[in-house]
Design a protein around this ligand. Structure first.
Ligand code: ADE
Ligand code: ZN
Length: 327
């Protein structure tokens, strides 16, 4: 059983953590009808294929409208993670989704920060926020998101990332976006790459100022690229159940996590959009134990890798690593 192992998560989309129950509560309190077709008969989110998933995600995210909503989504997610043994979680937020719901950048950051602080006060867990742009909203929007991070720094916003549809939006288009986030805002950087995109896209993503990659699993199709990722110490934020649920791999047996680990690539375990994929961070550790045969010692090593790659100041990192050693 992995229940008592200390865990850390680096890759989860905050808007994608809101459960059907929370989405219904938010819709009610904001006086909205829940969008037609959002749920299946069994109450889970309805989607079929990755692009449809992104649409359902957008519809559910539209119920998160106020600073208080962002606080509640963050707080409820982090407290649930702490109950599964998480000691550190980075949540990816999307100012574009907040803006579409009528909320300012600062409002969404303040809500998230309160959620992190309230969860810390209650559980002792630590959290940070990675502000993300959405590649299929285009380069102009992404530039604006990067500029917002530079204009409105916040101590709990420590990272910059990019999600969305990889197809048709190659990483090179976003070089200036990442320059602003890294040099002007001083943020640590990651980007989704090699979830759907081929190895060539991962190579291009590695020209951005990133220390980690979201997914990166399709690197396994190019052994020289795997070698480069291992040699550079780039950390892959791997989300096994997400990849199986969206159909990138037929099942866990086809998932490349064990191959990447055997090649010396640093990996971490993550839930991505937990209620959409019927998972949690605790379940990802359990699956890694059951499906990939990882020992508790190896799983603790993945938590250590996540803390070593976390977007935190060195004092916080040292405290988290001490806590890991003590548990
Ligand atoms: N946004 C939310 N979930 C995502 C995923 N798995 N890939 C890319 N963008 C996303
Ligand atoms: Zn993701």
């Amino acid at each position: 059983m992995t229940r008592n192992l200390p865990k850390a998560e680096l890759h989860v989309h905050l808007e994608g953590t809101a459960t059907p129950d929370l989405v219904r509560r938010l819709a009610r309190r904001n006086g909205m009808a829940t969008p037609d077709g959002l749920f299946r008969d069994d109450g889970t989110f309805a989607w079929d294929g990755f692009l449809d998933f992104l649409k359902t995600y957008d519809a559910a995210a539209a119920t998160i409208r106020t600073e208080e909503d962002y606080r509640d989504v963050t707080y409820e997610y982090l407290v649930a993670c702490a109950a599964e043994g998480a000691i550190y979680v980075e949540v990816m937020s999307s100012p574009d989704h907040a803006a579409q719901a009528g909320l300012s950048y600062q409002g969404h950051v303040e809500g998230i920060a309160r959620g992190i602080e309230d969860a810390r006060a209650e559980t002792g867990m630590e959290g940070r926020c990675i502000v993300t742009c959405v590649r299929h909203f285009g380069v102009e929007r992404a530039l604006e998101v990067a500029r917002l991070t530079a204009r409105h720094p916040h101590p709990l916003v420590t990272g910059f990332g990019m999600g969305g549809d990889e197809a048709g939006y190659p990483p090179a288009q976003f070089a200036e976006v990442y320059r602003i986030a890294r040099e002007e805002a001083g943020l640590a950087c990651t980007t989704h790459a090699g979830e759907w995109g081929p190895p060539e896209q991962i190579r291009k993503a590695l020209e951005l100022p990133v220390t980690r990659l979201g997914h990166g699993v399709r690197s396994v199709e190019d052994p020289a690229l795997v070698e480069e990722i291992a040699a550079r110490g780039i950390v892959l934020e791997v989300c096994p159940t997400s990849n199986v649920a969206t159909g990138i791999y037929d099942g866990y047996a086809a998932h490349p996590l064990p191959t990447l680990m055997a090649a010396g690539v640093k990996v971490t375990l993550n839930s991505d959009d937990p209620p959409y994929f019927a998972t949690t961070i605790g379940r990802e550790y359990e699956i890694a134990s059951r499906e990939f045969g990882l020992s508790d010692e190896l799983l603790l090593g993945l938590t250590r890798t996540a803390l070593e790659a976390a977007f935190v100041d060195e004092g916080t990192r040292a405290r988290l690593l001490e806590r890991l050693a003590a548990e």
